[in-house]
Design a protein. Structure first.
Length: 495
């Protein structure tokens, strides 16, 4: 079904839709970082034990990372706009409840619900972008804007979390989502059109959904738990084995399913498979860099939460600027070269950070690496996302979006678990080998961070090798005049 509309009206609607879904994506990414700053206040007010405090983060991460593939396929089958609104409503409602939480268990439960809302919202939003903008220059431009919002959300979360916690209270880190979410929900019927897969017979892969969702949730939990109990502990090994078994069961189910949750034929697209592998690396590097720098600023340089947020402005601005540059470069040269270059720039930034001193100066020792790191992240994230959606059929837009979000989430979880272990281990070794030095001293902490930054730099180089070897070069395609944004199957619902 097609709809008559003039080109200017179509363009206004498309770019208005982009603004809407970018705002929602920024809110989800912001929420991941903003909570970290408020944890000490939450611990004091709700009387959390030290052991249970990490569940404020973990409960969100488990549901978010575990349900992304499910959310993506539901968007394809039930309607992308419908899932976008449903996920946003769950996210906003649970934000309100989190701000009103009265105990440990209530906040942890509401955070888990918030993670579920994010898992429904994020792939639906990206699939709307994919089906709204045709592959090529327009989609690359849209994904450049999307990448800038996603990349800056983490840094903005640190700054905003510090401001809200310092001048109001921790509840406002959740309340801030309510007016933004309500505005986006209110504008959705005017700016977003519904689209979904139209098939003669509608089936849902319940067994596949159950196995992969539980497998991914168990994997995220195992990674989080490994930072506290060690990679070699029996509990960690058992959890990882259980996760691997569930994921293997999922693959076997998908091979036999007539309507698979994740069609394995998608991995025949070499660029898509390589982009998701590179996405794991990009997320591991990006999440870990923010995590380690936050610890360096606060534990070594003794910055306040607000000072820490301000310190990240350098990387935020470079991500915004170079995300726009990245989409232009991808349009001209293809994803492979830009992603490879971005990861090599990120590797250089991490190598510079590996030389941080215990008594560092922000502008001489940190600032250049932050600018370079933001440039590398922008030149990596945008082409990685573009490559991960290249060649995907419209019917699979949601699940492809869920897959690339899952790759990022799993990469972030694996990266944080690994760097926490590496940094703690080498900090302990330094303290043990130097008389009068404790594991909490600036020199010991910095040594652990420096070794870990070297490891991350090597990982970024591995990601660059994946990109240059496996992502296919850009092919010249004949210019085709668009027939309108509704050339795909769409259903206009009465507003």
């Amino acid at each position: 079904m097609t709809f008559a509309s003039t080109a200017p009206e179509r363009d206004r609607r498309r770019w208005g839709a982009l603004a809407l879904i970018v705002a929602a994506q920024f809110m989800v990414i912001l929420d991941i970082a903003i909570v970290n700053v408020a944890l000490p206040s939450i611990k004091s007010d709700l009387h959390f034990s030290q052991a249970s405090l990490q569940w404020v983060i973990t409960a969100y991460a488990i549901l978010f990372g575990g349900a992304l593939l499910l959310g993506g396929r539901l968007a394809d089958l039930l309607g992308r706009r419908r899932l976008f609104v449903a996920g946003l409503a769950v996210f906003v409602g649970s934000s309100l409840l989190s701000g009103l939480a009265w105990s440990e268990s209530s906040l942890i439960g509401f955070r888990a619900l918030q993670g579920l809302g994010g898992a429904l919202l994020a792939p639906a939003a990206l699939s709307i972008l994919m089906t709204t903008f045709p592959e090529g220059r327009e989609r690359n431009t849209a994904l450049g804007i999307w990448g800038a919002a996603s990349g800056t959300g983490g840094a903005a979360g640190v700054l905003l979390g510090g401001l809200l916690t310092s001048y109001l209270n921790w509840s406002w880190i959740f309340f801030i989502n309510i007016p933004v979410g309500a505005l986006v929900i209110g504008l959705t019927p005017w700016l977003l059109r519904e689209s979904r897969v139209e098939t003669a017979e509608r089936r849902f892969d319940l067994a596949g959904a159950a196995s992969i969702t539980s497998g991914l949730m168990l994997l995220v939990y195992a990674m989080t738990r490994a930072t506290q109990h060690g990679w070699g502990s029996n509990s960690t090994i058992e959890l990882l084995a259980g996760s691997a078994l569930l994921i293997l069961v999922f693959v076997l189910i998908e091979l036999r399913s007539q309507a698979p949750l994740l069609p394995l034929r998608m991995f025949r697209l070499r660029t898509l498979a390589a982009a998701n592998a590179a996405g794991v690396v990009v997320a591991a590097v990006g999440f870990s860099m923010f995590f380690l720098l936050t610890l360096y600023f606060q534990q070594v340089l003794h910055y306040s939460p607000i000072q820490t947020g301000v310190a990240f402005i350098a990387i935020t601005l470079s991500i915004v600027v170079f995300s726009n540059v990245a989409q232009r470069l991808v349009t001209r040269f293809g994803s492979r070269g830009v992603l490879t270059a971005g990861l090599l720039v990120a590797a250089t930034s991490l190598a510079l950070l590996a030389r941080l001193p215990a008594h560092g100066h922000y502008f001489w020792d940190v600032f250049p690496a932050l600018v370079l790191g933001g440039t590398g992240m922008a030149l990596s994230f945008v082409p990685m996302t573009i490559a991960g959606l290249t060649g995907v059929e419209r019917a699979d837009a949601g699940v492809a979006s869920g897959l690339i979000n899952t790759s990022r989430q799993i990469g972030g979880a694996v990266g944080l678990a690994a760097v926490s272990t590496i940094a703690t281990t080498y900090t302990g070794h330094y303290a043990d080998s130097h008389a009068g030095i404790t594991a909490l001293s600036g020199s010991a902490l910095t040594h652990g961070f420096d070794v870990t930054f070297y490891v991350l730099s090597a990982l970024a180089i591995v990601g660059a090798l994946i990109a240059v070897i496996f992502i296919e070069p850009q092919r010249r395609r004949p210019k085709v005049e668009p027939v309108g944004e509704d050339a795909f199957v769409a259903i206009e619902e009465a507003a």
